[in-house]
Design a protein around this ligand. Sequence first.
Ligand code: ADP
Ligand code: MG
Length: 246
Amino acid sequence: MSDRYILSVEDLTVSFDGFKAVNDLSFYVEPNECRVIIGPNGAGKTTVLDLICGRTKATGGSVKFKGKELLAMREDQIVHAGVGRKFQTPSVYEDLTVFENLELSYPKGHGVFGALMFQRDDPVKTRIQEIAETIFLDDQLDEKAAFLSHGQKQWLEIGMLLIQDPELLMLDEPVAGMSVAERKKTAELLNRIIQDRSVIVIEHDMGFVADIATRVTVLHQGQTLSEGSMERVQNDPKVIEVYLGH
Ligand code: ADP
Ligand code: MG
């Protein structure tokens, strides 16, 4: 069963002073899937990503990525294994250009020797150019990140993760604060990048969710309330009650 999934989350639990923010949660993500996690504020969505990427230590359960137990690994080991995570606020280097931000994130640039001996050789330039096209910033390569719009900064940060070629990319509310046009382009971007990887997205904008989701998991009080296609969860009485019932 585990072979079919790139990520298997089983009985995942975290307790903060007795409060179970994530409570016995299980879900499974397939290769090339875009899984969207929705749910009311405080449902535990961000905490789930924190647990998968190793930022928060789980109290119990299991998170297997390509068969490897992530709960036994440090944050940097999880990144190295191929899991990329974008946080809610963009964290690009404002004083550096788009090119330089992407160059810094290129895996070869990491580590003391890598950084010292790093040259702007052609394969790196080619890869940066490819990524810049994917994130709609190929005309802004020499622009300082400080001058980008909020939406463009979000794309740049996605690019900084993509250049590391993660097999699982996790994004927390990537279109918050974006214009309608930027949201459409972000949906196009996600639909393109799942050709080569799986994505987990936390999102509130239901129009955007409909544009990107392979499957939706509705989280409520740290547990799965409903799961399936967008249509299925939207028509699930349990979901309707949680969203409209109070
Ligand atoms: P969501 O992203 O769905 O809005 P969160 O995952 O941020 O929800 O939070 C879920 C619940 O867990 C909230 O009640 C929040 O206050 C609590 N929580 C999250 N992180 C911590 C923490 N480090 N310590 C204590 N409580 C936390
Ligand atoms: Mg959150």
